[in-house]
Design a protein around this ligand. Structure first.
Ligand SMILES: [Zn+2]
Ligand SMILES: [Zn+2]
Length: 759
């Protein structure tokens, strides 16, 4: 015999996506013997047979990522020759090996696939209407895995012994459920229960529980629904009383709610869905997609006030599909099941304890969600999906870079919209959205999540990265655990720009334009509107918005009167009394703020663009305080008249932007009764123009033609789109965030990239 034998090791996203059955079928097709097994770093394959067949097998393996298994991500494939084995006449899938270095990738949770959906509504299928139907192409993953490798004993399905039928499929290599770890059916798997808000069972039969829930939602009740990564609070989005009820009980007055509708056609009744949005809505990640509202729609206005978009997602677990199949409502509000800014709730007992005052009914099931994962949020910029929150469906998919990093890295991220990042070998694993550290429960959840991800990826970081801000909880923690190990402190806005460079896998000097709320600057001031010259190696500050005084600490980001008074002081302007009174009727308070500015008490110097947006919005009569982050700026964006190309005058003094004239003109336009849609457009356009001005000046002095854009204020679609177009029209190459948010959710990747580059 001329048999040859090959030993193949694969790394990447290779587990939990139906890879081993695929390899088995492929080996059969080419009459090869040998074996395949998952080990802690990836997958090992040995094949034996005719050389021609073995070569073709390997070719097909390389193509699988593009053709047969879209979820497969091979980072590297090592192929070595081995000595042929005698008396081996079959190919087998072997038990997972747990020894060795554990760094195999865990896959994200995936929306129900088309095959499972067809079975779900097929009366002849034994999983007909079974709310936990899944297969190797879909279902829970990251949210149910306790430790690696990804096998039944290590997931929260371990407590459900498979019945004969399920086991048969699980063990049948020809089946779509071959080694599908969460496989289950009505006879052996988890069940749905409907309870009242005291935990008393209303309905124990899964199907009846779902039908009853749909009926009660139609009647205006609020339901806590256990989903894939945690609980949602749900109510009928067309029912004004129900939505207002939810707002009152959740004590969330204004922040827009996300919604779910049965299908794209239904969403189209409320919002505009272009081709790209449709593709993203239907993707296995199934995120919330921000879509332009239709002028007239039947969603009750309190769902999303002060914004011009609706956030919609499609059903992504069988339970959602079954609920919508009842056809009782067109769209449900599906907002995170948590209290104010605390972490998403994923455990039943915590849900009853915390959400009983909000939800009337609880639709739960007896399988544990091990890790909470929020819904991801996407919007469309220049025809491409851009992530605003990277969580369910995306995490823990690693960013994979060509070069291996010698040391392991932990990047702590920022204090707001936190994510953190582990770097191991050539993989950058950015955590799910964690939240804002000011909330003690979020900080606790953060520590917990760090431990979990560290365990999943067996990370042993020797380099720690954090923000320069001395008061960040994340920085203090990083400093504490770094001890004698290497600690790198990275300036906030440099990290923003580095996140763009990392995403695009480049390291060269670029013009970095940052539009942000706050970030600690190297001079101790609070930066926020910056033009940097930056690479992963270093950065310098080229230009910025001229400093103004901001008082009141954290209140400065809430009360628009504070940046307004700071800007008035800076430019020697005064707000007409009627406008001033509408923003802050308390004259004493204004006096106190003025005094604080003059005497520099509880005051900082800032170039914050976010606060300038607060000021402009308030001067346009769009609100006096941010009840949630960026409420006023979002309202200002929502009213923009996109047909206006004019902008206000501003001055570029060397590399410092002075906006006194713009503010003067805004006040003038307000006084003359100009429509705020025009004022808002002119304001946004001015911002884009002064960024362009800075970029041009930087190009003149350095010859750099590539601009990287990042920062929280660039979640503003109008501003970002306008600036990208302006820069391109002026001959710049423009890079911006797509895979991680341009807000602080992207900071950890930027920090990690800077640290990795420094080794
Ligand atoms: Zn499936
Ligand atoms: Zn079963």
């Amino acid at each position: 015999m001329n048999n040859i034998r090959k030993h193949i090791e694969l790394y990447g996203q290779v587990q939990g996506i139906g890879f081993r059955p695929f390899v088995y079928r492929l080996a059969e097709e080419f009459s090869l013997s040998g074996f395949v097994y998952n080990h802690t770093q990836g997958v090992v394959i040995e094949i034996q047979g005719e050389k021609k067949n073995a070569d073709e097998f390997i070719e097909r393996l390389k193509l699988a990522e593009r053709e047969e298994l879209p979820l497969l991500k091979i980072i590297s494939m090592d192929i070595a020759s081995a000595n042929p084995v005698e008396k081996e006449n079959s190919f087998e899938i072997r038990q997972s090996q747990t020894e060795g270095q554990i760094s195999a990738l865990v896959t994200p949770d995936m929306a129900t696939c088309g095959d499972c959906l067809a079975e779900l509504f097929d009366e002849n299928d034994f999983r007909y209407r079974y709310p936990f139907i899944n297969c190797t192409n879909c279902g829970p993953r990251y949210s149910i895995i306790k430790t690696i490798p990804y096998d039944r004993p290590n997931i929260t399905m371990a407590v459900f012994p498979m019945c004969g039928k399920c086991k048969g499929q699980y063990e049948n290599v020809k089946d779509r459920r071959f080694h599908a770890q969460p496989v289950a059916c009505p006879a052996c798997g988890p069940k749905i229960t409907l309870c009242d808000n005291k935990g008393n069972v209303i309905e124990e039969d899964s199907n009846q529980a779902i039908k009853k829930t749909a009926q009660l939602l139609l009647e205006g009740e609020i339901a806590a629904i256990k989903g894939l990564g945690g609980f949602h609070l749900a109510c009928d989005a067309e029912n004004d009383a129900a939505v207002n009820n939810l707002r009152q009980r959740k004590m969330r007055d204004y922040k827009p709610f996300a919604m779910m509708a049965a299908d794209i056609d239904t969403i189209r009744q409320f919002a505009y869905v272009d081709k790209v949005s449709e593709k993203i809505l239907r993707s296995i990640q199934s995120p919330v997609v921000l879509l332009p509202k239709k002028e007239s729609n039947t969603i009750t206005s309190s769902v999303a006030q002060g914004v011009n978009t609706f956030g919609f997602m499609l059903p992504y677990v069988p339970l959602h599909h079954l609920l919508f199949a009842e056809k009782k409502f067109k769209a449900l509000v599906m907002t995170s099941g948590n209290i104010s800014d605390e972490p998403l709730i994923c455990k039943d007992d915590a849900a009853f304890e915390n959400l009983a005052g909000i939800a009337d009914i609880f639709l739960i099931y007896n399988r544990e969600i091990y890790r909470q994962v929020d819904d991801s949020v996407v919007h469309i910029i220049c025809g491409e999906p851009v992530l605003l929150r990277r969580s369910r469906g995306f995490v823990p998919q690693a960013f994979i870079f060509k070069n291996e990093v010698k040391d392991e890295i932990f990047a702590a991220g920022a204090d707001l919209k936190n994510t953190f990042c582990f770097v191991k070998q050539n993989r950058f694993v950015v955590s799910e959205h964690i939240g804002d550290m000011a909330e003690a429960s979020v900080y606790k959840h953060w520590l917990n999540s760090i431990e979990h991800l560290k365990n999943l990826f067996q990370a042993e970081p020797s380099i720690f990265v954090c923000d320069m801000h001395p008061n960040y909880f994340t920085s203090q923690y990083a400093k504490k655990i770094a001890k004698e190990k290497k600690l790198i402190e990275v300036q906030h806005h440099w990290a923003h720009i580095a996140s763009v460079l990392a995403e695009h896998n480049i390291n060269k000097k670029v013009i970095g334009l940052v539009a942000d709320g706050t970030g600690y600057g190297t001079d101790g001031a609070i930066w926020g509107c910056e033009c940097l010259l930056a690479s992963l190696d270093d950065f310098e500050r080229f230009g910025h918005l001229a400093y103004y005084t901001l008082t009141g600490g954290d209140l400065g980001a809430k009360q628009a009167i504070r940046p307004i008074m700071g800007l008035m002081g800076k430019y020697n302007l005064s707000v007409p009394p009627d406008i001033l009174e509408s923003i802050e009727p308390d004259g004493e308070k204004i006096k106190a703020i003025t005094m604080q500015i003059e005497k520099n008490i509880n005051a900082v110097q800032t170039s914050s663009l976010g606060r300038l947006f607060d000021a402009a919005g308030a001067l346009c009569g769009l609100g006096n305080s941010n009840d949630f982050e960026a409420q006023i700026p979002m309202a200002l964006e929502a009213v923009v008249d996109k047909n206006i190309n004019e902008y206000y005058p501003f001055e570029l003094v060397n590399t410092e932007v002075h906006i006194g004239k713009m503010i003067e003109m805004i006040l003038k336009d307000r006084k003359s009764g100009m429509d705020i849609s025009i004022i808002s457009a002119k304001f946004h356009n001015t911002t884009a123009q002064f960024f362009l001005g800075l970029a041009k000046r930087a190009k003149e002095q350095t010859g750099i033609k590539t601009v990287a854009i990042s920062g929280g204020v660039f979640c503003n679609r109008y501003l970002l789109t306008r600036l990208i177009e302006l820069l391109k029209d002026n001959g710049f190459e423009v890079l911006y965030n797509r895979l991680v948010p341009s807000n602080d959710g992207g900071i950890s990747l930027g920090q990690a990239a800077i640290a990795a580059n420094s080794i």
